[in-house]
Design a protein. Structure first.
Length: 423
């Protein structure tokens, strides 16, 4: 966890109107944490506000986490494979345009004239790209639903999309779970993220419909060594030991799907696990600082493990106090979630806080929208969540209310689209 970063566009950043002629397909990713940009033809090339859309990996996974999120899960409501493929191709083109600060189509919000509905809804006109990334994934329902091979894709279903098991204390709402497709929009401007999802959903009318969506703010994980650790709504730094974009070998081991792990179309991609976690923050707020720190296993101010002094000190799980008891309790969150306790298992976290009004009972409807990217959800997320749901004392203060699992293909070649190699 860390203090939030409200990243504002630099003076002179290109607006969505001014950046109309950008060409982003060939921009190269120069280093894991480098943000290269697009510029109008004939203009200087570097615009740090733009994250490259194409490359070996999808943006929005190891990209330094932006401050805002709009996540949507959709159901496919057509049985027409060609209509689905056409939508994914059109989505790709529109997504690429929006990540470079442009409208969804050349005729945009005003170009079709006064008698036609605009091809872009227009609420992002004048706003810069704000480091928008759009990450695409597919759920089990695209391959098989109710035993039916809907689009002739059953043989291409990756093994990692096997349903997640139930966990202790889950209270999952089916209207906030699952989905045939997902799109994760991350940006430093909430309006840019909302605009992107709104327009992609609009383009899908008749082919897809929204199953559920989630807004998030104040990222709860850092995905680059250039970022400070953010704080969650319990006030603690969250994800101190998260995998980072600069840890190439670790990402290959824990995040990226390797050849032989499943079907070829997913090689170089990753699995996305999403969990909506409600936090009983009013109860937490009446808990003593000492107990809060004991539950987490870290100090609230510095974020240091209770066995150390600084945030990034390695947690010594064997350390004991003068009374002979472990400094980090057996049921402390950081012990149970640690790679040491899980046989080396690690995940890449990319979660966000949320506050969705009130719950109708005098409490805030608030919590953590947990997102993790993993190479194999059943070997990584499942054992971690089993340990936490069964032993973590912090489970008294949280409840998992939504769950979904998606397979995210690798990045796009210059002529590729989200249906390439799948449809």
């Amino acid at each position: 966890m860390t203090e939030q970063h409200d990243v504002r566009p630099a003076p002179g950043a290109l607006s969505r109107r001014r950046v109309f002629g950008l060409t982003g397909a060939g921009v190269a990713l120069a280093g894991a944490a480098t943000l290269s940009g697009c510029a109008p033809e004939g203009a200087p090339a570097a615009v740090a506000d733009v994250v490259p859309f194409r490359g070996p990996r999808q943006a929005g996974i190891v990209t330094p986490a932006q401050d805002r999120l709009h996540f949507v899960a959709l159901d496919v409501i057509t049985s027409d494979r060609h209509a689905l493929r056409d939508l994914l191709m059109r989505w790709t083109l529109a997504a690429e345009r929006m990540t470079t600060g442009r409208e969804t189509a050349p005729n945009g919000a005003t170009g079709l004239g006064p008698l036609a509905p605009p091809s872009d809804t227009g609420e992002a006109l004048g706003l810069p790209a704000s480091q928008l990334t759009l990450t695409f994934g597919v759920g089990r329902g695209l391959f098989e639903k109710d035993g039916v091979d809907r689009f002739g894709l059953r043989d291409k279903m990756p093994p990692g999309l096997a349903p997640l098991p139930g966990f202790q204390q889950d209270n999952l709402d089916p209207t906030r779970s699952d989905g045939d497709l997902c799109i994760q929009a991350c940006s430093n401007d909430p309006q840019v993220a909302v605009h992107a999802i709104r327009n992609l959903v609009r383009m899908g009318f008749g082919t897809t419909e929204v199953r559920w969506s989630q807004l998030g703010f104040g990222r709860t994980s850092s995905t680059s060594t250039s970022q400070a650790t953010p704080r969650n709504l319990f006030g603690f730094k969250d994800g101190t030991n998260n995998l980072k974009a600069e840890q190439g070998p670790e990402l290959d081991t824990h995040v990226w799907v390797a050849a032989g792990d499943g079907p070829d179309w997913l090689t170089g991609g990753s699995y996305l696990v999403a969990r909506r976690i409600s936090m009983h923050i009013e109860v937490w707020d009446r808990t003593s600082l000492a107990e809060q720190e004991d539950l987490i296993g870290r100090t609230k101010g510095e974020g240091a493990p209770l066995s150390g002094k600084a945030e990034f000190d390695l947690a010594d799980l064997a350390a004991k106090g003068p009374d002979g008891k472990p400094l980090i309790a057996p049921d402390a969150h950081i012990r149970l979630a640690s790679a040491e306790a899980l046989g080396g298992v690690r995940i890449l976290r990319r979660g966000y806080n949320f506050v969705d009004g009130s719950d109708g009972r005098g409490h805030l409807n608030a919590g953590l929208f947990f997102i993790a990217f993993v190479r194999d959800p059943h070997k990584q997320f499942v054992p971690m969540q089993r340990a936490l749901s069964g032993q973590d004392r912090m489970m008294e203060y949280v409840q998992h209310t939504g769950s979904a699992l998606f397979a995210c293909p690798p990045g796009l070649a210059p002529d590729g689209h989200w249906a390439t190699n799948l449809l």
